[in-house]
Design a protein around this ligand. Structure first.
Ligand code: ATP
Length: 349
């Protein structure tokens, strides 16, 4: 197919490509799990695959590290066709985290994290230092956790150990399949935030699968919405997917709760504002509530709710980064912002 003739490295408009799927197909005994998938994962991005159960997300992910072999097409990692790389060597270069982690139950936390370094023959001191570093990185104190057994950990702690283990040799690429699926909602939100920070710091390219659209839009640099057969319905930054679904299948997925998601993702801009209040002295105690330009819309709504209960006219004074007054925000500003975000011609997010 044409993809095979294209350059395998190169760029994708937004950066160098870490993994490229070229016309990839996977059949299981005559049934098609992945039909004809072409997709480029950019270096250092967190790309999230989301879609309904059975649409081919896990199969797609597992083809990247050859846990599943494609029926047709090519998958290129950096500059190499993955089918030319020994699967065991490949999996040392690509971290893999799954739901419920799959920690070895009869190995301590430290031994679990040290799995790949041990296979690679690292000496004891280097391994011990790396384990301590990784446990600290994922928020587990080595002094308290290194000698514990997996059954002595909470679900969230197990998940952290799984991430530490996957990062042990600092792989350039990390595959994650529903990594936080087994963690309670509160712990899950914290893990998501901490993981994003870790991923940004390390610069790891991450390809993650979830069926949870909220997790996808909260974590992703770009979201890939898939439908049956791993058909790409939309590939775009989270705000764009939520604000302008590219197909009925995406609209359906984004569906209920869309406004709340827009409020979480969208930001207050100048065009949303009312005129600045006449004479405003930010240093005066009577100045009234303020909000920054660029604030998250959800935070603006919260501030407006407080302001309505206060002594003023219920609006907020909007300040720029230098503290200068640029206008006022009211409920109308929120409505304008939502219209702006969802307008068909407002350009890519
Ligand atoms: N080993 C297998 N043998 C046969 N069919 C399989 C196998 N693995 C997956 N399938 C089928 O391939 C399709 C895609 O499965 P896959 O696990 O990739 O979907 P998914 O989107 O990850 O689903 P979920 O969100 O439920 O985990 C499904 O119809 C599934 O039944």
């Amino acid at each position: 197919m044409a993809g095979a003739e294209q350059t395998t490295t190169g760029r994708d408009g937004g950066g160098a490509v870490a993994i490229r799927f070229d016309a990839v197909r996977k059949e299981y005994a005559g049934s098609v799990a992945v039909d004809d998938l072409s997709l480029a994962v950019r270096e250092h991005e967190l790309l999230v695959l989301v879609g309904p159960s059975g649409c081919g997300k896990s199969t797609t992910l597992r083809m990247a590290n050859r846990l599943v072999e494609p029926t047709a097409g090519r998958i290129v990692l950096g500059e190499e066709d993955v089918t030319d790389v020994d699967p065991v060597a490949l999996r040392r270069r690509i971290g893999y985290v799954i739901q419920n982690v799959g920690l070895f139950p009869h190995r301590t936390v430290a031994q679990n994290v040290a799995t790949v370094p041990s296979l690679l023959g690292w000496d004891r001191r280097r391994t011990r230092d790396r384990v301590a570093e990784l446990l600290t990185l994922v928020g587990l104190d080595p002094a308290r956790y290194a000698t514990r057994w997996p059954h002595e950990l909470s679900g969230g702690e197990r998940q952290r150990v799984g991430v530490a283990r996957a990062l042990a040799t600092d792989p350039p690429v990390l595959l994650m399949d529903e990594p936080f699926g087994a963690v309670d909602p509160v712990g899950r939100a914290r893990l998501q935030q901490e993981f994003i920070r870790l991923q940004r710091d390390l610069g790891t390219t991450v390809m993650m699968v979830t069926h949870d659209i909220d997790e996808a839009v909260r974590m992703a640099d770009r979201v890939v919405v898939l439908s049956h057969g791993a058909r790409v319905e939309q590939l775009a930054p989270p705000l764009e997917v939520v604000a302008r679904p590219a197909s009925p299948a995406v609209a359906d997925l984004v569906g209920r709760g869309r406004t709340a998601r827009l409020l979480a993702l969208g930001r207050l801009e100048r065009v949303d504002l009312d005129d600045a209040p006449f004479r405003f002295d930010a240093s005066s105690p009577a100045a009234g509530p303020t909000v920054r330009l660029g604030a998250e819309l959800g935070d603006v709504v919260a501030a407006l709710t407080d302001a309505v209960a206060g002594p003023g006219d219920g609006s907020l004074v909007v300040l720029d980064e230098t503290g200068g007054v640029v206008g006022a925000a009211s409920a109308g500003s929120i409505v304008r912002a939502l219209h702006r975000l969802t307008a068909a011609d407002s350009g890519a997010a």
